[in-house]
Design a protein around this ligand. Structure first.
Ligand SMILES: NC(=O)c1ccc[n+]([C@@H]2O[C@H](COP(=O)([O-])OP(=O)(O)OC[C@H]3O[C@@H](n4cnc5c(N)ncnc54)[C@H](OP(=O)(O)O)[C@@H]3O)[C@@H](O)[C@H]2O)c1
Length: 349
């Protein structure tokens, strides 16, 4: 980054470069650095109604791996040569919209780059006085909304339900578990390793946690949920989904939020084999996309902010250093379980 001279606060930076990460080829299996090009581009300029944002933190999400594929999905794939799609939080440095002024903090789909120009109507505000900026990409952002609507609407949570959550300490999972506890339910987590299981219980208030790397998940769920699982919130798919299906209560709701165990497969996704449990238990399994609830984000954000202020909802972010050049290696931590909480990449100070 080349800075020519300091300018007064609130005016665009005198930089000539914008570091960007573009998709160069479609990964097969785990994404590698070779699938991306790391480039410098001229500083973008906002047009009427647009805002120039200095990107401070990027949200790294499991879904990004799917966006790299050619396949038809709920959102078009990132095209080869395009800046990699990503949510981010940053500071407004120039605004050509009355909605924002320099110095405001905003959340939007900035992409994996140091500066982004976005339409003002596609941005929401972040308030660093209420919660640190990375939390606006986690509990107060898309993963928090996913947890709220996935559990309460899709999962149709009821008093007295027994809830099981896979990916229990992750960005979505940690919020699902805590909302279920706030609602007075019994909550069992599934996570990888003793440290994450301890965190699930001690930090996020799960009643118990199954270490899927060391324990027989199907048997442990049977012991921990003797009356069956009423809501299974699935973040991981694969064998863990099957183990949960084998332990459903009558009228159970299985919420398909994601299937991270399958995102890097090169041999085809592994589907559930225990699906007849849905018939036996008059249960339902339903997938959802958080964006379909966009009109109601305000409701969830209000509830989340209230629970945080009351000390009922904790949040943990895993902020990694390295700037946009560290994008690929940092993203891959999601698939090895190296992230502890919402994975965020710090782009610049
Ligand atoms: N439907 C929607 O609208 C929507 C929106 C947001 C996210 N999602 C989905 O929600 C899920 C969680 O996303 P997140 O952002 O909260 O990520 P996250 O849970 O913070 O991070 C991913 C975690 O997945 C676990 N994992 C990775 N590989 C695994 C495997 N092979 N088997 C079991 N667990 C594995 C790891 O935890 P352990 O160390 O415990 O293994 C890892 O830390 C993802 O499937 C994502 O695609 C869906």
């Amino acid at each position: 980054m080349l800075w020519f001279r300091r300018k007064p606060k609130g005016t665009p930076p005198m930089t000539v470069q914008n570091r960007q990460v573009k998709l160069a080829s479609r990964p097969v299996g785990v994404a590698t650095r070779e699938n991306f090009s790391f480039e410098t581009a001229p500083m973008p300029a906002p047009a009427d109604g647009e805002v120039l944002i200095k990107v401070l933190y990027l949200s790294l999400d499991p879904a990004m791996r799917g966006w790299m594929n050619e396949a038809k999905s709920y959102i078009p794939p990132v095209q080869l040569g395009q800046v990699m799609r990503a949510g981010g939080v940053g500071e407004v440095v120039e605004s050509r919209s009355p909605a924002f002024k320099p110095g405001d903090f905003v959340v939007g789909m900035t992409g994996v780059q140091e500066y982004a120009v976005l339409k003002a109507e596609h941005l929401t505000r972040a308030d660093p006085n209420f919660a640190p900026l990375p939390a606006w990409l986690g509990v107060l952002g898309m993963p928090g909304m996913t947890a709220y609507f996935g559990l309460l609407d899709v999962g149709a949570l009821k008093d007295g339900d027994t809830v099981v959550v896979s990916g229990a300490t992750g960005a979505v999972g940690q919020v699902v578990g805590q909302i279920a506890r706030i609602k007075g339910c019994k909550v069992v987590g599934i996570a990888g390793g003793p440290d994450k299981c301890r965190m699930a219980v001690d930090e996020f208030g799960y009643d118990a946690c199954v270490d899927y790397k060391a324990e027989d998940v199907r048997k442990r769920l049977r012991d921990l949920c003797p009356n069956g699982i009423d809501v299974y919130f699935d973040n991981v798919g694969g064998d863990i989904l099957d183990a949960a299906l084998a332990n459903l209560a009558r009228g159970a709701r299985v919420v398909i939020c994601g299937a991270i165990s399958q995102y890097n497969t090169t041999t085809g996704m592994k589907g559930p084999s225990n699906y007849m449990s849905l018939l036996v238990n008059r249960a339902r399994m339903e997938g959802f996309i958080v964006f379909d609830f966009a009109a109601r984000y305000g409701e969830a954000a209000k509830a989340m902010a209230r629970w945080i202020a009351e000390g009922k909802l904790k949040h943990r972010e895993d902020v990694e250093e390295g700037g946009v050049d560290a994008f690929v290696e940092t993203l891959n931590k999601l698939f090895t379980g190296e992230n502890v909480g919402k994975l965020v990449l710090k782009v610049q100070a």
